[in-house]
Design a protein around this ligand. Sequence first.
Ligand code: GRF
Length: 206
Amino acid sequence: MISGRGSNMAALIAAAADPAYPVEIVLVISNRPGAAGLTLASEAGVPVRVIDHRGFQGDRAAHEAAIDAALREAAVEIVCLAGYMRLLTPLLVDAWQGHMLNIHPSLLPAFPGLDTHARALAAGAKLHGCTVHLVTQAMDEGPILAQAAVPVLRGDSAGELAARVLAQEHVIYPLALRLFASGDFGKMAPGAAALVNPLPAGSPLP
Ligand code: GRF
């Protein structure tokens, strides 16, 4: 499920192009008709559905019921939120709990919510990163499946930091989905889901 650019969605579609990857991407749903990710998905041959929340006049339950119906019609087993920018109600969260993943651009539980990169800079964080977690009713909470950390470098802008984090999002989301779908999480040592990235070559020490 997307709302915009769809780069994480594209990373999942690219991973799933490998026949050894245990997941097939059967549907991309966007709540925004103009989401750039829709074009990427269509170009990759993945069916897309636009379920525009504006057509539901603020009736969140009806919007989510339409999403739920589309997911079930496509025989979906796992839902990946990939830059889906609407808060979900318990209707969809409860229906898919244990089967719905999200990617968030911070090392949760630090910096839930929006503007994570600017907030990490303002807080003077030395490490920042991203998290794939199972979706529960509380926003940006739920069991953590994978995290990647990146350094915050001296002079970073929010955009530079976001780009460094995004590159790691594209690594850990396919990784987390693969492990989740193959049921391998229980078999992993707790630390094995975390990737800590060294400083980029030639960068000044933070
Ligand atoms: C990513 O930073 C993701 O962590 C957050 O929203 C952004 C979506 O980017 N949830 P994209 O649409 O996947 O490019």
